[in-house]
Write a protein that binds this ligand. Structure first.
Ligand SMILES: Cc1cc2nc3c(=O)[nH]c(=O)nc-3n(C[C@H](O)[C@H](O)[C@H](O)COP(=O)(O)O)c2cc1C
Length: 322
């Protein structure tokens, strides 16, 4: 075993010297990642809410790329934090360091400090780790063995000085369940664009469009990109219907029935604007007004069309997802 490590290390050191010219495309493992029959090879369609990016990183290379992935996928992010943090001495691979000893010990399962509260909500996991002696760090085994990954798709990636992903993900796949996709090795200098391109080759993010219907008329709306709209989208999954009443000769307003995140600022609203009022009500305007609101979106209609649609005693305002 030690001989294999020595050889691997020699290779790692030799190739690292030439790392800059070599490091982006010397590494893809073309073998299917495991022998299980249910390995998916086609691009998977996923909703951002169902995706988790989980990573382990000691010196920050993997962390940076995992954050790129999370940002691109708009997913949740989980850092695998060791119960006992790795010091620089622990990862000094030229010595008999803790990392080397763990990699040498097939039964080593370093403890993890934190935990994913509800793993069942994820269908797709992007799993990221550094290569340690050609393999995934042993804490990654602790991680994959801690959860039921059945029916989940796992897309692994690693960072390394030069080594390919090799059999590192295949070996992780052996100790757990799940549909493991072919992974990829990235260098620490990988750009956001390179990461995004690779993710796009593997995952198709479902566009979740929130639709507004007022009295049965489907409307063209530009939604704001903020947490209030994200939370409304979640409510819209079960069709959110609000009975609105005319108020003040300029708006229709009604209660959501629950509260969503508010970031109110004093603003001048124009006809067509949709705002969150008081964190628990929505107002739609057909005449200008000013107040402290959180902007949600804008209906693309002329003032005359808005007047016809909204200048009445009451309306039914429905949000749904298509
Ligand atoms: C104990 C140890 C062993 C390593 N073994 C390898 C290796 O076999 N091949 C390689 O290319 N890089 C190896 N590296 C380098 C790391 O894979 C690389 O620096 C990685 O990007 C670190 O990720 P992090 O910053 O997220 O911790 C090793 C590093 C450590 C600490």
């Amino acid at each position: 075993m030690k001989k294999i490590f020595c050889l691997l290390f020699l290779l790692f050191v030799l190739v690292s010297c030439d790392n800059k010219t070599n490091n982006t495309n010397n590494n893809i493992n073309n073998d299917p990642i495991n022998d299980k029959e249910d390995v998916k090879e086609t691009k998977i369609e996923e909703d951002s809410n169902d995706i988790l990016v989980a990573y382990f990183s000691v010196t920050g290379n993997t962390k940076k790329l995992a954050e790129y992935a999370q940002e691109h996928l708009d997913s949740d992010l989980f850092e695998i934090v060791p119960e006992e943090a790795y010091t620089s001495a622990d990862i000094n691979y030229n010595s008999d360091c803790r990392a080397n000893r763990e990699q040498n010990d097939s039964s080593a399962r370093p403890k993890i400090k934190n935990k994913i509260e509800d793993m069942s909500k994820y269908d797709f996991i992007v799993l990221a780790y550094p290569i340690w002696w050609g393999e995934a760090p042993k804490i990654m085994y602790t991680f994959v063995e801690s959860y039921n990954l059945e029916n989940k798709t796992i897309l692994p990636f690693c960072t390394s000085g030069s080594s390919p992903i090799g059999s590192s993900a295949k070996n992780l796949a052996k100790v757990t369940k799940g549909n493991w996709l072919e992974g990829k090795r990235f260098s620490s200098s990988t750009t956001k664009e390179e990461m995004n391109n690779w993710l796009d080759q593997n995952i198709d993010i479902k566009e979740e469009k929130m639709i507004l219907e007022i009295d049965g008329n489907k409307l063209n709306v530009n939604w704001e990109d903020n947490n209030s709209v994200k939370e409304l989208k979640n409510l819209a999954k079960n069709n959110l219907s609000i009975n609105m009443k005319q108020y003040g000769g300029f708006e229709q307003t009604g209660s959501i029935g629950s509260s969503v995140t508010r970031n109110d600022v004093q603003m001048d609203v124009v006809p067509g604007d949709i705002v969150l009022y008081n964190g628990n009500a929505i107002s739609v305007f057909y005449n200008p007004s000013s107040w402290s609101y959180t902007k949600l979106g804008h209906i693309n209609l002329s003032n005359d069309e808005l007047n016809t649609l909204l200048n009445k005693v009451s309306i039914t305002f429905v949000l749904k997802i298509e």
